[in-house]
Design a binder for this molecule. Sequence first.
Ligand code: SF4
Length: 368
Amino acid sequence: MKYLDEYRDAPAAEKLLRRIKAVVTCASGRRARPWVVMEVCGSQTHTFLRYGIDQMLPEEITLVHGPGCPVCVTPVQAIDQAIALAGRPEVTIVSYGDMLRVPGSEKDLLSAKAEGGDVRMVYSPLDAVKLARQNPERKVVFFAIGFETTAPANAMAVSLARREGLDNFFVLTSQLLVPPAVEMIAASPDNRVQGFLAPGHVCTVAGYCEYEPIARQHRVPIVVTGFEPLDLLQGVLMLVAQLEEGRHEVENQYTRSVRREGNRQAQAIMREVFEVADQKWRGIGLIPRSGLRLREAYARFDAARVFGLQNLVSGEAGVCISGLVLQGVKKPPECPAFGTDCTPERPLGAPMVSAEGACAAYYAYRKA
Ligand code: SF4
């Protein structure tokens, strides 16, 4: 297949659905088991809901949604740090669009902009470097968030700024790593997830070697999966086949993009600039070795350190249950605020803001 439409082909989807139903109901020669499957990535959640795939799957398969929405899991402290920076007259804070509306302890970056802060939106960290180059009198801080997918470009921006000797470019980082979060969910005493659809984009960069010990140790099958409807149906088929056969291996559905070892060049620039560190995930808490921080050689680019924001204390609004949603324990409609106090126009939590947020997906496709 070469074109996007081919991954949305209805007859091919029906064929895969029939195969899933056959595998689920026939493999054990008796009534199917209830399998709980987590799609880790928020883009996968949106495809499931947008195309109604979750409703077409056999009722014996329950989908729950995972923590793979970078905006949703950026810690509230990082957002408060960005807001504090926006309040400084000499600083221009630069961010992706989604981040502007994510609530911090008291407000969001858009409110800080309305109050006079110099807050700007970009599509790439290299745009932020350009802004610093063009405005030497400003201190330009790029809010560098995301998973393994954004880390190489963020690292490249820092490396470029160092090569150019830019002394007015900084990064406020919240870089997270997915495999430790998957392991945390699999190891939790409350875990009900029996198989994971791993995020194809993250694995395109990082590969999937790190999932192999998780699958072995926790006896959970993991299928690296893409984002189009046929990708997801094939991923579910591969996962359920493993569950029915009692296997727990890492398999790759997304072969057109992912290799086991990942993208070595992207990993090299990440390793040059960042090192692995413990990391807080919003709504979830601290997960050991689940983040990236700037190496000491790049400390002068670290906005939190340079501007003295490392010890900023933040608090969460009590009503949002995003932590439970992001770990697959609850679904968005189970939140008392869903669609009433919390809407995309007036979000109380990040999953209602982000284009990858599970609450936004349910609101867009299931609210009516
Ligand atoms: S509906 Fe809103 S308040 Fe509830 S979990 Fe989602 S983002 Fe949080």
